[in-house]
Design a protein around this ligand. Structure first.
Ligand code: PEP
Ligand code: MN
Length: 355
């Protein structure tokens, strides 16, 4: 299904991504005003703050709601910055628009729920000029993410973007939410005109990961960044460990290397041609390997043998893993490749045996 899009047209400095920065939550009028002025002094154009906070467990600070919208209004008047906040219900949309919030986003815990997204979409009918950004769902489910984008788009919102904030994972190693970059890459492949914004704060969950994640997002051609910034990060009422000072954010943004990924040099074209040729050769070899595998299936059928022979399978995985290491590749990677090849090979053998 297609998306009917218009450019987001959010303000940014030339040759820079647009940056939406501000605290996780609007805690006090003083905290948001101070943070906003510091960000504005550093040239930031768009201010974010959570007014309604989706906390995983009860008991945490859940946002001030309507009174805090007045603080964002004041920020807009005093600094000229645009303002952005998360909406999770139709009444949030109504209030945010009433107080002149410029950009709305849908949080990761909302995107997982099509009922909630549809209610928000219905409340957005007729407000086509407000940009809406849709965070990825907490689960690594691209279809659910696309579904939410389609629902909002069908309501008439054309200034639409996606926010990649990483995915919940059982093995939390480095990141709070694993990036799984292949998911936004696939989203971009399907919808090349849909702007993607990276949220390194919720992805990394740690201050020291903000800079490398911002750089990775730029290297992937993302259009914008959504970064949590607080005038006094250690005292933040939510997400303290990932918020950075406005000064630090400015330092990070200033050092980003923006590569021109549209330009295709002649040498790059020739290298890509080589890759295409090798992929064709790989495909050719795989086809031949599958053919031999199907011949083995005929033999197994005639001799009443089981399709999967565990000893042989383990031997292949171990041997190829070791060969891969000798060739300078990660043994786990090579094992994964062979697991996938084996899966397809078993599928094809089963077809023959069950004929
Ligand atoms: C946020 O950006 O404040 C937020 C709650 O993020 P997420 O929906 O990505 O958890
Ligand atoms: Mn947060």
């Amino acid at each position: 299904m297609e998306l009917d899009l218009l450019p987001l047209e959010l303000p940014s400095d030339k040759k820079r991504p647009f940056v939406i920065a501000g605290p996780c939550s609007a805690e006090t009028e003083e905290q948001v005003m101070k943070t906003a002025h510091q960000l504005a002094d550093k040239g930031c154009h768009i201010f974010r703050a959570g007014i309604w906070k989706p906390r995983t467990k009860p008991g945490g600070f859940e946002g001030h709601g309507e009174p805090a919208l007045k603080w964002l209004q004041r920020i807009k008047e005093e600094t000229g910055m645009l303002t952005a906040t998360e909406v999770a219900k139709p009444e949030h949309v109504e209030l945010a628009l009433k107080y002149g919030i410029d950009i709305l986003w849908i949080g990761a815990r909302t995107t997982v729920n099509p009922f909630a997204v549809q209610e928000i979409a219905d409340s957005l009918k007729g407000v086509s000029d407000v940009p809406v950004l849709v965070k990825n769902p907490v689960s690594p489910d691209l279809e659910l993410w696309i579904g939410a984008l389609l629902r909002i788009n069908k309501a008439g919102v054309k200034r639409l973007g996606a926010i990649h904030r990483g995915f919940t994972s059982i093995d939390q190693r480095i990141y709070r939410n694993t990036p799984m970059w292949h998911i936004p890459i696939e989203l971009h492949r399907r919808y090349p005109n849909l702007p993607i914004v990276c949220d390194p704060s919720h992805m990394g969950g740690r201050r020291d990961l903000i800079a490398p994640l911002c750089q990775q997002a730029m290297d992937m051609g993302f259009e914008g960044l959504l970064v949590e910034s607080h005038c006094s990060p250690d005292e933040a009422w939510s997400d303290a460990s990932q918020q950075v000072l406005p000064d630090v954010l400015d330092f990070i943004i200033d050092r980003l290397v923006i590569r021109d990924n549209a330009e295709m040099t002649e040498s790059l074209a020739s290298l890509r041609k080589q890759i295409d040729e090798m992929d064709t050769a790989l495909m050719d070899l795989l086809t031949k390997r599958m053919r031999v595998s199907r011949e083995i299936a005929i033999y197994k059928k005639e001799h009443n043998m089981a399709v999967v022979q565990a000893v042989r399978y383990n031997e292949i995985l171990d041997k190829r893993g070791a060969q891969g290491t000798l060739c300078g590749m990660n043994a786990d990677f090579v094992r994964r490749v062979y697991e996938a090849i084996h899966e397809e090979s078993v599928r094809q053998q089963m077809e023959i045996i069950n004929k």
